[in-house]
Write a protein that binds this ligand. Sequence first.
Ligand SMILES: O=c1[nH]c(=O)c2[nH]c(=O)[nH]c2[nH]1
Length: 340
Amino acid sequence: MPIVLGANQYGKAEVRLVRVDRATPRHRLTDLSITSQLRGDFAATHLEGDNAGVIATDTQKNTVYAFARDGVGSPEAFLARLARHFLTFPQVTGGRWVAEQFAWERIGADRIAVAAARPDPGREAGHDHSFVRSGGGRRTALVHADTSADGSPGLAVLAGLRDVTLLKSTGSEFHGFPRDRYTTLPEVTDRVLATDLTAWWRYTDEFAASALDAGDGGATFDVRYDAVRSILLETFAGLHSLALQQTVFAMGKAVLESHPEIAEIRLSCPNNHHFLVDLEPFDLDNPGEVFFAADRPYGLIEVAVTRSDAEPDTRSDDGTRGSASPAAEHPVWATIGGFV
Ligand SMILES: O=c1[nH]c(=O)c2[nH]c(=O)[nH]c2[nH]1
């Protein structure tokens, strides 16, 4: 049986780019980790070691730094610039460009008392050129291109966040699940609910195209990111949870309800179990105050939320996908690696 080359992509992973905007003495920092991967006519290098068409991964890395000289803008817009550039090579028919952004805060920005007493109250809080890296997870962006079918350079633009650690100390229950001989979990009407939220949402093609053409460095993506992050967190906080599944779906639904420019969203949430410690051996009660925070194993709840008027999913006919939604799976999801 002949052996053939299957799907392939290549590029430079996790290019660390820090850009300091020195336009004013109040510097601005952009800190990104960027991955560039190309797809296309690269059979010759895989089959024969003929590198005539190979855009070296080192060149891809250098392109990231060279483009950053003109400014970065939003991660979505920067990735789209890279995508459009690499798509001008005839051997490149598509690719995948991913960014993770590390957030930095100005040192002293949280000193409210000092800010109030400052002689110049119009001045923004925090140091002009000294920063502390923020916790609270990372912003992510992804641009996907595939021109192989029709030659069209349409870009799918996704945004997201990862590892945003959330916890609510009450307002969460879990009961009513079936019991069999292996079930030991007690039913609870008050528990700690904690997770590390990862989410990806895909903008509609129309919105992505107009936002990328706006000429503002993709500022509208920044506005959307802040709004979606707030909605996700506020829904987690506000919903009295009967299951993490319910919470995760509600978070995605709230985003789609308030953002028509978002076509779909996927969320992945570990259930970071907090077990009540039995203090009875020490003659102590424990009314929901002392917990053991386990790191593994953890529940893992993953949900795609789509609009019911989306295209029908031809691949769900065999009934194997277990999905309640008839929505089509956009090809970009296959490139994400994992559920999100
Ligand atoms: O919110 C939850 N969903 C589950 O499916 C589950 N299973 C479990 O053991 N604990 C929980 N919690």
